[in-house]
Design a protein around this ligand. Structure first.
Ligand SMILES: Nc1ncnc2c1ncn2[C@@H]1O[C@H](COP(=O)(O)OP(=O)(O)OP(=O)(O)O)[C@@H](O)[C@H]1O
Length: 416
């Protein structure tokens, strides 16, 4: 028998259609039946999870992941279909619910543990371990209101894992907390899995899903797009390509912020916050292409990527230089190059065209990266300079830490 069985599951939300703001509207409305709009949040979902198995659930924002988890946790009812869980569920959905800001850390652990069904005697014997795991031994008598949200989640997680779980449902719980704490949590979860605990793991952190989940379910607008081997399903998510949403994301990434958020400068105007130059040549669009030749804004680490820069030269321009600069999301400058540095001499341009920068292997490990694209004269006078206007995401495939992969290997020689 499977531990979790989900069969032809549908969830339809009813959203009240009309808002009654005034007394008159309420009086008139009282005689009319309320009007509802329906929203199909989950549409025919089918899967099973076995003992000791970890299922990942991934998908865009609003694709139905949390709704699915809440139905499995019995917090929401399905509209149609069957959901059966044959073991005791420990939901880590809203960690820390019930925490009291005026209680100290240890008082909160005691109360929270009671809510989670742990006996008082048991928690007294485990209190030190809980605080140590959370890295909060020094704060045992500090009131919770003085804790950061990360400290609170660490405390809640550390308490909740004491419950001797059989089925763990987790929604983004690892999102708060530093890398070290995340790794500690994953180690505990791995141990649980070895002991036969079944885990359902909703996360935007595809690296954690890749490391941890045996199989993964991909949702898109409430529909089950893929279910199977985690690596294959994440690749489908990253390179699935032609889903409407990724098209939208691609389009959004091509609209320079300068056009969407600030007015474009008049011809010849300089020094605008995110875009400047005399516009004798304009960058009209920038596109990213993945290894399948599809437009994309998500790439697996170590995969190839092509950046295509479209321009329009409003007059004949001799010897233009095109360049890019790469930044972390926080704005750290990571890399920059241009056609001149790479010995590409462009004699002249006129009218519209494009040029490509081929990256053979994305060296970044994980995260969102910002790109500046510019066209300028050889002595750096900008025709058009779009500062950090484009972005793309890198999905991790390795467990190495940091920003970049460094080619390296360990050697150890046994001394006899
Ligand atoms: N109680 C509700 N009433 C109406 N609509 C709801 C309700 N709960 C969720 N929804 C809608 O259902 C859809 C799925 O939401 P859900 O929170 O499950 O998505 P998600 O994949 O977990 O998103 P995220 O990654 O942003 O957390 C969303 O469009 C959301 O607005």
């Amino acid at each position: 028998m499977h531990t979790i069985e989900v069969e032809h599951l549908h969830k339809i939300f009813k959203i009240p259609h009309e808002k009654r703001n005034t007394v008159f509207e309420s009086l008139v409305g009282a005689f009319r039946p309320p009007q509802y709009e329906t929203f199909h949040a989950l549409n025919d979902i089918n899967f099973t999870v076995d003992e000791g198995e970890a299922l990942g659930i991934i998908g865009e924002n609003g694709s139905g992941k949390s709704t699915l988890l809440k139905i499995i946790a019995n917090i929401l009812r399905p509209t149609r279909g069957r959901v059966e869980v044959h073991k005791k569920i420990t939901p880590f959905l809203e960690l820390g619910v019930g925490f009291q800001p005026n209680f100290t850390a240890s008082e909160n652990v005691r109360t929270y543990a009671t809510i989670m069904g742990i006996s008082k005697r048991e928690i007294e014997s485990k209190l030190d371990d809980v605080l140590e795991f959370a890295g909060l031994e020094k704060f045992r008598d500090t009131k919770l209101k003085n804790f950061s949200s990360g400290m609170q989640v660490r405390l809640a997680f550390s308490t909740a894992i004491q419950t001797d779980p059989e089925v763990l449902l987790m929604d983004e719980v690892l999102a708060v907390g530093d890398m070290e704490f995340q790794q500690k949590c994953l180690d505990v979860l791995n141990q649980y899995r070895k002991e036969g605990v079944t885990i359902v793991f909703v996360s935007h952190d595809l690296g954690a899903v890749r490391r941890f989940c045996d199989k993964t379910l991909l949702l898109h607008k409430g529909v089950q797009v893929a279910l199977g081997d985690t690596g294959d399903v994440i690749d489908k998510y990253v390179y699935g390509g032609s889903t409407e949403e990724s098209e939208e994301a691609v389009e959004a990434s091509q609209v320079p912020l300068a056009e969407t958020e600030t007015e474009l400068p008049e011809e010849g105007e300089h020094n605008e916050a995110n875009r400047w130059g005399n516009r004798k040549v304009e960058i009209t669009s920038v596109e990213f292409y993945d290894k399948f030749g599809n437009k994309n804004t998500r790439f697996n680490s170590f995969d190839p990527m092509k950046i295509r820069i479209y321009y329009k030269a409003n007059q004949k321009i001799a010897d233009p230089v095109f360049g890019i600069a790469l930044y972390s999301e926080k704005g750290d400058h990571l890399f920059g190059t241009n056609t001149e540095l790479k010995n590409l001499i462009i004699d002249h341009i006129e009218g519209s065209g494009h040029l490509d920068l081929q990256i053979e292997r994305i060296p970044m490990l994980n995260g969102r990266f910002l790109l500046t694209v510019a066209v300028h004269t050889r002595d750096q006078k900008p025709y058009d300079w779009l500062d950090k206007q484009y972005s793309f995401d890198v999905i991790p495939v390795s467990r190495n830490a940091g920003v970049f992969e460094v080619d390296c290997s360990w050697k150890y020689e046994l001394k006899v």
